[in-house]
Design a protein. Sequence first.
Length: 180
Amino acid sequence: MIARCLVACSLLALSSLACQSKAAPPTDTAASAEAAASPPPAPSAAATPAHQKFGAPFGASPTVALADVIKTPEKFADQTVQVEGAVRAACTRKGCWMELSEAQDPAAAGCRVTFKDYGFFVPTDSAGSQARVEAKVETKLIKPELVAHLESEGAKFAEKSADGSAQEVRLIATSVEMWR
């Protein structure tokens, strides 16, 4: 009885699929040849978003110049601010950090941006983008082992101590907006 029911249900499902397929309308062979010869249309602007957003929505934190945060991080310590800059590098393994700078130039000052509570990541190919972040500012001594690990993922540290540690200005982001 169950087997007959299963067979009947299967046949019913197949017949309903067959009823839904439609025959292709006749085509004009000249129009088909012309369409095949022309290149496909370019993707619309709506198909590729101009801005990508990650994390929480932006809040009402003050906007400050990234250069000011990098030059005088103690002035902004433990404050949440919004800054904008060039994404010079990003973690090539997971996208769990990025380096934000005033310019793509490797000589320009920059700082690493991590994401609060490891709560979100950015694309691993983010380098070359522009970004705005809302983040808490902190200065931290990075141990030699972590410096080596981060450098293996593409990070750069301008000033390392003789023991391999480095003092860094870090932004712990809750919100990121990125564009190219």
